[in-house]
Design a protein around this ligand. Structure first.
Ligand code: PEP
Length: 260
């Protein structure tokens, strides 16, 4: 059974007080209560190994928000995949719209990162999302195919095997305006169909997350037909009591779906 994956992306937020409180509450209140969900935290880099030490004997994993394409050397300010592997990080995000927008990350760079993460045994989370403008002009499918093809071209179709694709419409991130289930379903099924046309088994082995203004009140709307395998959550993961309630609610919904 595929577990439902919830990733808390803390972005550039938090301090030691926030981290200590949040990790303490998560390990006490969520860790032992999850059977149908996996929880992962993507904290700012400076805290990642500190948190790692607290999570060692728990079921909660760590996600890196970014990685450099170089393995070592004179690249001031960067972190390599070898370092993430060294401390046991499980997932790495690549292609997040904030990195594409604020750090000019191109499809090509995102592809290089994706391939590097996968080839080093960590799990890449490829974020794909269209802007309001791209949505208006029906460019969503085209830009997603370009990104996927770019990855395949620089490697091969098997590079996508057992990886994660997060559909994150740019217009939904942090806006309070989530995509509705039928919009998400349409996109995920489109990507699945495209990858399936290249390799059926690889398509089956991809996890699909949705991200974009997911919160405690709207999660009920996302669980139909097993289309979404998890959430990538920004803003709603910063309010710890609400986030714990969201994780518990998700666990309950998934457990009921599994019984029916
Ligand atoms: C994100 O940035 O990945 C995200 C999903 O943010 P939010 O939940 O705040 O929309």
């Amino acid at each position: 059974m595929k577990k439902f994956l919830i990733i808390a992306n803390w972005k550039l937020n938090g301090n030691l007080k926030f981290i200590n409180k949040n990790i303490n509450l998560m390990t006490k209140k969520i860790d032992n209560s999850l059977s149908f969900c996996n929880l992962s935290i993507a904290p700012p880099y400076v805290y990642i190994n500190y948190i790692n030490n607290f999570l060692k004997n728990t079921s909660i994993s760590l996600t890196a928000q970014n990685v450099d394409i170089h393995l070592q050397g004179s690249f001031t300010g960067e972190t390599s995949i070898k370092m993430l592997k060294d401390i046991g990080i499980k997932y790495v995000i690549t292609g997040h719209s904030e990195r594409r927008l604020f750090h000019n990350e191109s499809n090509n760079l995102v592809s290089q990162k994706f391939i590097l993460i996968k080839n080093n045994g960590l799990i890449p989370i490829l974020c794909l999302g269209e802007t309001e403008e791209q949505k208006k002009y029906n460019q969503t499918e085209k830009i997603f195919i370009q990104q996927i093809n770019n990855i395949i071209k620089n490697s091969n179709i098997n590079i996508l095997n057992k990886t994660i694709i997060a559909y994150e419409p740019v217009w939904a991130i942090g806006s309070g305006k989530n995509a509705n289930f039928s919009e998400i379903q349409k996109i995920i099924l489109f990507i699945k169909k495209y990858i399936s046309s290249l390799n059926k088994q690889v398509a089956k082995n991809i996890y699909f997350l949705y991200g974009g203004s997911v919160n405690y009140s709207n999660i009920n709307t996302f669980f139909k037909k097993n289309i979404i395998n998890g959430f990538l959550i920004g803003k709603a993961s910063l309010e710890i009591e609400n986030f714990i309630a969201l994780v518990k609610k998700t666990e309950k919904i998934i457990s009921l779906l599994n019984r029916s």
